[in-house]
Ligand binder design. Sequence first.
Ligand SMILES: C[S@@+](CC[C@H](N)C(=O)[O-])C[C@H]1O[C@@H](n2cnc3c(N)ncnc32)[C@H](O)[C@@H]1O
Length: 473
Amino acid sequence: MIDHKKIHTVGLTIRPAMTEDLDEIQKIYNHFVRTSVYTMDLEEKSYADMVEWLDSHSERFPIYVGIRDDKVIGIVSLSKWAERKGFYPSCEISIYLSPCRKAQGYGNNLLQYMIQIAKKNKFTTIVSFITSTNKLAKNLAIKNNFIFVGTIKQVGFKFNRSIDLDIYQLMIHQTTGNTAYQKIDNALSHYDWYMNYRKNRLERSDYLKYLLQFKQKLMDTGLSEDEIHLSTRFSLNDEQTVDYILNDLRNRKMISSVDYPKDKFDLLAQKISQEFIHKSCITYIFPEESRLLYALTYITKPETMLFLGSYYGYWAIWATILLKETNGVAYLVDTDQHMLALAEKNMKKFQCDSVVKYINEDAIQFLAREKIPHDFIVLDPEGPKEGADPDLLDKAIYYPMMKAAHPYLTKDGIILCHNILLTNPILEDPYFAKKIEYNNIQFSKFLPFMMEHYTAGVWYDTTEGVGVFSQKK
Ligand SMILES: C[S@@+](CC[C@H](N)C(=O)[O-])C[C@H]1O[C@@H](n2cnc3c(N)ncnc32)[C@H](O)[C@@H]1O
């Protein structure tokens, strides 16, 4: 069954294509033959061609049309992308929208609908071939979790010029690929200079030069400017990075040991990367940041953890898995009920549900009312970008939230905060200079508050930056 509820149809009816639609389909398709390189057909299709095309499709490889005001405004189809039978688990998707209906969300509706059909038809992967200049189609693919596979250079010729073709694919039953880390790593791993940087064979500052040189190209494959620059902050070995942080925390008398079960962590990391459900969300928790939370939870063995701005539970899962063993409890607090619902789904999938309480409320109000004693805070809320009270916006919300939580944190308690990005390993990258200036303003009340109330506080250059605060032991 197709889950119709999931598809936001904005007044669009989607149904299988029929012979009586062929006139309108022909008009839409031939428009693109004449005017664009979106299809590499050079000659317009006749009505007989369209009939043959309709007949060549089947229940496994269907054609659907989107109808609005009784007119066909879009076509989406699955086709064999290769004739050889061994390719039976894959299909190619094509979408054409009436030219006056572009960029109104209909392409997204048709694509999401067809992804559901492809799931039902048990395909494992959908491929999409998009001419490199077709930015709208590429953005649509990326938005729907297709990953960029590569470019076939000069594979076509139309309108007196060579055409490059970008290949995208959606791994239907694979739930991975939706951490920002995987997205960035995937897009960059086509380049030798990225691989050399990852292997520590290229200095970060030289790596930055390559990134800037390829910036536009990378943005065309769907990476944002932030994601491109964040790669310069990647930990090249997350185990060593976390060892460094743990040793530093111990030297500062913030934790008493640095040991955690690394083999168990590796097995968990593999399971989470294969099984965690991201749906259409993306997390900017990077591998060293997940590992750090796992290690700190293992070392400090908290009884009650608060995840303030828990989002869909991706950071929390690295801790709740351990709370099961120590009979601890975690409160996942978030104002977004959909994020909490996805968190709950994941906690159930990883059998952590019994140790988690889901709180769909403003964390500041919840903390003030419930006054829950706790010994570990994971702080990662993000207030709205605009609003009357500047203390509640964006990351400035850390201050009122900590003010509400602080009285109930036990003496031995520890606070791990995300996005404390205040220093930059590559000084000459102006991108981060600007971001650091912004963050200093965001945290202008939070940091003094933390310094006043905690005897120890430190932040580290993880990819997104983390801060750790506690009372000195
Ligand atoms: C966008 S997430 C942070 C993402 C995280 N850094 C990551 O990459 O995985 C921030 C979360 O804080 C939640 N949030 C914002 N204000 C909140 C509040 N006052 N109380 C609880 N949660 C809040 C948002 O709903 C959102 O899910």
